[in-house]
Every structure is written in structure tokens, then in C-alpha cells.
Design a protein around this ligand. Structure first.
Ligand code: 13P
Length: 338
């Protein structure tokens, strides 16, 4: 019964034409986003911003399969009193929850991170299910340079992801498994692809050891992409090709779908890469988006924290959601950006 529910939820999250809105910024991260538009970060203003997104139509009904929430948002209600979870559910999208406690410095491994949050997770998960979450997210962070990542960092993060995923499935919650190889740095595409392949191979070994049912999971990886400071950044076709090659050699066909993070790409770049990958035929999994910044940057700027910009914010979100929805089917092209 639970297995059927997990498979059905995972399949719905990665349904063709739709993708995931990552609106799960921690209180610290959303403050950084609000700082860029000169808006104070209070619980009410965070609620207003997110309520505006969740009420955007047709974006929510047509292009968004699920929304990742932060703990605070999962418990908040709209201005009219309706719980935000219910608002999301009414659009047909599935509410999800970020359950990790953030990436912390790893003892003994300067410059590397390990994600916190496993202690007590089993009990928290029961509450999240009762509050309406049907999937969860855990993000591991892997940094690249000539000597990083270390084998210990890769192993520790993949082990934590697998323990988290097993706890989720026990509670009837689909785990989004997110090992993010960061785009920060001057490394080239080949180095990113090498590290991503290593991490994904290790991850699927750990998921197997922890008896995680792959059909009831969603992978949220980075794309294989040049570092932000790389002198010769690879083009769209190269990124798409390298990413597909890497995923084909690491991700079992039992996984129903792969929902990429945007990781600091510009919004149009993130759409173009997804579109190019979906123009390839015969992939064993659906490829979609689970974007935070690449979906929210334009609406955040258009809204600017002012009630009178509500419609402009929603228009910007409608546009980006539609562009990415088209990209999940390989039907986007740059002229649609107007
Ligand atoms: P970005 O798309 O902004 O990278 O965020 C996605 C996310 O959820 C990171 O955990």
C-alpha cells in the first residue's frame, strides 16, 4: 500500500510538462534573496511572497507538480486563513518539505561540508506527513577544486542521503535525493562531470545498501556544467550531452524522474539546458526542473516587495513556469522569451 503510494507520488512529481518549485529557502537564505530587493524578511512578508507564487495561475495548475516548503511555510496560512498547504493542494500540486538542517563544516576536512539533520528525523517525518507533506528534500553539498572532494566527504554525504531516504519511505514520504556538486570555482565541464559521476555512483550504492525503493524516489542533481569562473565555459549542447552521458552511466532506469537544481545558472540558461536534454530521445527517466532561483529571480524582481506589483510578480512567475514546462518536453526556444 505504502509502496504504491510512494510510486504514485514520485511519478506525479516528474510528470511530463510539469516540474517542482523549490520555495524552501531557509530563513537565512530567504533574507539574502530579500536583501537584493531591499525588503525586510519577516514571517508575514515571507508568507506574502510565497502566497503570491502559490496563487499564480495558470502556472501552478499547468506547470508545477510540487512545491518544496520550509518548515515555517508548511505551518503558515494565507491572509484569508487558508493553510498554504491546502492552497497548494487545490492547484493540483503536491506539498513537500525540506528536512535537512543545512550543510555544516566537516570536522577534519577543511573546506568540505556534511549535511546535518538525521537525529530525530524519524519522529519529525511523522509530523510532516500529518501536516500534508508527501515528499521531502535533503541537500548534500560537494565542493570542487584540485584536491576536493575527498573520498570521505563523498562517502559521508551519500551515506546521510541514503539514511534520510530510507526514513522518508518508511513514513510514506517520497525522498528527493539531492547531491549538489557546486558550480562555484574555475573548474571545467570535464571536472564537474568526473566528480558528478563519482558522487552518483556512490549514492546509488548507498541507496541499495539502505534498501531504498528507487521507484519511489526522485533524483535532484546538478547538471554537468563549467564552474562559474571557468575561462572557457561550455555551451548549451555540450552541457546537455555531458549531463546525459553522466546520468546514463550512473542512474538506474528504475528511478522515475530526475529534477535538476539550477544552482546559480541564469534563468534562461537553466531553461535552455533542460530543453536541450529533453530534445534527446529514449531516456529511461523523465527529466524536469526543481528550480529555486531560476524560477523565482524574475518574479522576485518584478514584485520588489510592493503590494501594487502583485500582478507583475505573478506575470513573471507565469512566464518562467511556462518556459520550463515547455523545456521538459523539448518544446522551448529562445524566441519565446520575448
Ligand atoms: P536552486 O535552483 O536555486 O539551485 O535551488 C534549488 C534547491 O532546492 C537547492 O537545494
Amino acid at each position: 500500500m505504502k509502496q504504491d503510494e510512494l510510486c504514485a507520488t514520485a511519478a506525479a512529481m516528474v510528470k511530463k510538462g510539469k516540474g517542482i518549485l523549490a520555495a524552501d529557502e531557509s530563513t537565512g537564505t530567504i533574507k539574502k534573496r530579500f536583501d537584493t530587493i531591499g525588503v525586510q524578511s519577516t514571517p508575514d512578508i515571507r508568507r506574502d511572497w510565497r502566497e503570491m507564487l502559490f496563487r499564480t495561475e495558470p502556472a501552478m495548475s499547468d506547470y508545477i507538480s510540487g512545491v518544496i516548503l520550509y518548515d515555517e511555510t508548511l505551518r503558515q496560512s494565507a491572509v484569508d486563513g487558508m493553510p498554504l498547504v491546502e492552497l497548494i493542494r487545490n492547484t493540483g500540486a503536491i506539498p513537500g518539505i525540506k528536512v535537512d538542517m543545512g550543510a555544516q563544516d566537516m570536522a577534519g576536512f577543511a573546506g568540505e561540508k556534511i549535511t546535518a539533520g538525521l537525529d530525530g528525523l524519524r519522529n519529525r517525518m511523522k509530523e510532516y506527513y500529518d501536516l500534508g507533506a508527501r515528499f521531502a528534500k535533503w541537500r548534500a553539498v560537494i565542493e570542487i577544486d584540485a584536491s576536493r572532494p575527498s573520498a570521505v566527504c563523498v562517502a559521508a554525504n551519500c551515506h546521510a542521503l541514503a539514511r534520510y531516504a530510507a526514513i522518508c519511505q518508511e513514513a510514506g514520504i517520497v525522498p528527493i535525493v539531492e547531491p549538489e556538486v557546486l558550480m562555484d570555482g574555475a573548474h571545467d565541464l570535464a571536472r564537474c562531470a568526473e566528480v558528478t559521476e563519482w558522487v552518483l555512483k556512490h549514492l546509488y550504492m548507498e541507496l541499495f545498501m539502505h534498501k531504498v525503493m528507487l521507484e519511489g524516489t526522485v533524483l535532484k542533481p546538478n547538471m554537468c556544467i563549467s564552474g562559474k569562473k571557468c575561462a572557457n565555459r561550455a555551451g548549451v549542447e555540450e552541457v546537455a550531452e555531458a549531463t546525459i552521458k553522466c546520468l546514463k552511466s550512473t542512474v538506474p532506469a528504475a528511478v522515475p524522474g530526475i529534477a535538476f537544481l539550477s544552482g546559480g545558472q541564469s534563468d534562461i540558461e537553466a531553461t535552455a539546458h533542460l530543453n536541450a536534454m529533453n530534445a534527446c530521445n529514449n531516456l529511461p527517466w523523465n527529466l524536469t526542473f526543481s528550480y529555486g532561483r531560476a524560477l523565482q529571480a524574475a518574479p522576485l524582481k518584478a514584485w520588489g516587495g510592493k503590494a501594487e506589483n502583485h500582478d507583475a510578480g505573478q506575470a513573471a512567475f507565469n512566464h518562467r513556469a511556462k518556459m520550463n514546462g515547455l523545456a521538459t518536453m523539448g518544446k522551448w526556444n529562445e524566441s519565446m522569451e520575448g
